[in-house]
Design a protein around this ligand. Structure first.
Ligand code: HEC
Length: 136
């Protein structure tokens, strides 16, 4: 009995989460919810050095420069630019997870908290996270 209730609860949650993403509803999480790992951000840093640093100073993706453009928007907005148009000389040439790692690197640069689970490299996960300035 309890077991079947749990199954129903889990199924309902899964359907609700999927529907929110599909219907473009408000993100369920924010960048303050520990949505990436430190190890992932380290990988993103290495990828950035290799694929992005020729044109960008990492400071381009921190502080006012970052929040003026992206505060209160879904992380997917940054993801779409990065994975769709960057690197400018070879757009979309990285693996999805490498773009995910770059997003983790940007979150780490902005001192958002890291956690136990990696940020998945896909648009649905990015759409579910709202960029919100770190709480002071
Ligand atoms: C060949 C040069 C070049 C490379 C390499 C490059 N970029 Fe860009 N990128 C640009 C230019 C030019 C712009 C537009 C001007 C700007 O916003 O700095 C831009 C803009 C962006 C923006 C939008 C910033 C904003 O606030 O709107 C993001 C995000 C970005 N790049 C991410 C990346 C990532 C991640 C990589 C590495 C995978 C990368 N870029 C590699 C040239 C490059």
């Amino acid at each position: 009995m309890i077991r079947s209730l749990l199954v129903i609860a889990a199924t309902t949650l899964a359907v609700a989460t999927g529907a929110a993403v599909l219907h473009g509803q408000a993100p369920q999480k924010t960048t303050n919810d520990a949505v990436y790992t430190t190890a992932q951000a380290e990988r993103g840093k290495a990828t950035f050095s290799e694929k992005c640093a020729a044109c960008h100073d990492p400071a381009r993706f921190t502080g006012d420069a970052f929040f003026d453009a992206f505060n209160n928007k879904a992380l997917k907005e940054v993801w779409d630019i990065a994975s769709g148009t960057m690197p400018e000389d070879n757009p979309g040439s990285l693996k999805p997870q490498e773009y995910g790692d770059l997003m983790a690197f940007f979150l780490n640069l902005n001192a958002f908290p890291a956690g136990e689970a990696e940020l998945p490299g896909n648009a649905g996960a990015m759409a579910n996270i709202k960029i919100e300035k770190p709480k002071k």
